[in-house]
Design a binder for this molecule. Structure first.
Ligand code: ADP
Ligand code: MG
Length: 272
């Protein structure tokens, strides 16, 4: 048996998301802490359970400083268990809420530093033909040295047909892109839209689009213009937000194009 598969003590449940629950676990051999994501595959036929496992196993081979490390996955009694790096400084949604409560804002440098890191992670996975499909503030983690890491990529495709997906649709899908609202396929550009939503949230400390029901939300995403970001931020930053939150996906850049815009290229040199 691979070492990640055995001898873990469950410390606590750290949260429940759209797809299953996350647990903090401790490896008995050396006390190292990990996160175990548990997803009930329930009624999926055996063959599809195995292909879900294969799909997730592929993610192990992705290796980037701004991506949460995957260590392995296995199925135990119809539950898919994914062992990954534990990020102990909290996710961006936690930090955004904290700032908001304190009545403060992130500085432009903080925002751009994180944004550039997330964009590079996204370029890396897109370059390997992997869609993230669930980019949002709670899937981006802060770690030491102001490093941010993108987590939970690629999982949602595996999970679309699991029993968990339907049952635990807990969150409001604030990051849905206009094309997906209109029932068009999810593409790389849809990840870019979600990236834009995260950037917007870092600037405004609130969602670019929000409503208390799905229909209202989808309407706003497709039809309405978001409020502008505060003018304490530079015009260049405002332009990046506008560029990402373009409704027509054909007009929206790929991440690789985003990283080639002079303003972002400059920032990459400055931060990395
Ligand atoms: P969601 O992403 O929909 O909020 P998750 O099941 O992915 O739901 O996560 C639930 C909670 O667990 C979130 O608060 C998230 O911050 C936390 N979490 C998930 N993965 C990790 C991780 N690798 N390290 C630390 N915390 C994590
Ligand atoms: Mg998550």
């Amino acid at each position: 048996r691979p070492s990640y598969e055995c001898e873990h003590t469950e410390l606590k449940c750290i949260g429940r998301g759209n797809f299953g629950s996350a647990f903090l676990v401790k490896r008995k051999s050396d006390g190292e802490k990990y996160v175990a994501k548990k997803i009930a595959l329930g009624k999926l036929p055996e063959k599809e359970q195995q292909s879900a496992l294969m799909e997730v196993e592929l993610l192990k081979h992705l290796d980037h400083p701004n991506i949460v490390d995957y260590y392995g996955s296995y199925i135990e009694e119809g539950v898919l268990i994914i062992i990954m790096e534990y990020c102990d400084v909290g996710d961006l949604s936690y930090h955004i809420n904290k700032k908001k409560k304190a009545g403060e804002n992130f500085t432009e440098d903080e925002i751009l530093n994180w944004f550039v890191q997330i964009s590079m992670a996204l370029e890396y996975i897109h370059g390997r033909k992997v869609l993230h499909r669930d980019i949002k503030a709670s899937n981006i983690f802060l770690t030491g040295n102001n490093t941010v890491k993108l987590g939970d990529f690629g999982i949602s495709r595996v999970l679309e047909n699991t029993s968990d997906a339907a049952q635990t649709c807990v969150g409001t899908p604030y990051y849905l892109s206009p094309e997906v609202c209109k029932n068009n396929p999810y593409t790389y550009k849809s990840d870019v839209w979600a990236l834009g939503c995260v950037l917007y949230e870092l600037c405004c400390l609130e969602h670019a689009f929000s409503a208390d029901n799905l229909l209202g939300l989808a309407y706003k995403i497709v039809q309405e213009t978001h409020s502008p970001i505060p003018d304490r931020y530079s015009e260049d930053l405002q332009k990046i937000v506008e560029m990402l939150l373009v409704k027509d996906s054909n007009e929206r850049p790929l991440v690789s194009q985003l990283l080639m815009t002079p303003f972002i290229t400059e920032k990459m040199k400055e931060f990395i």
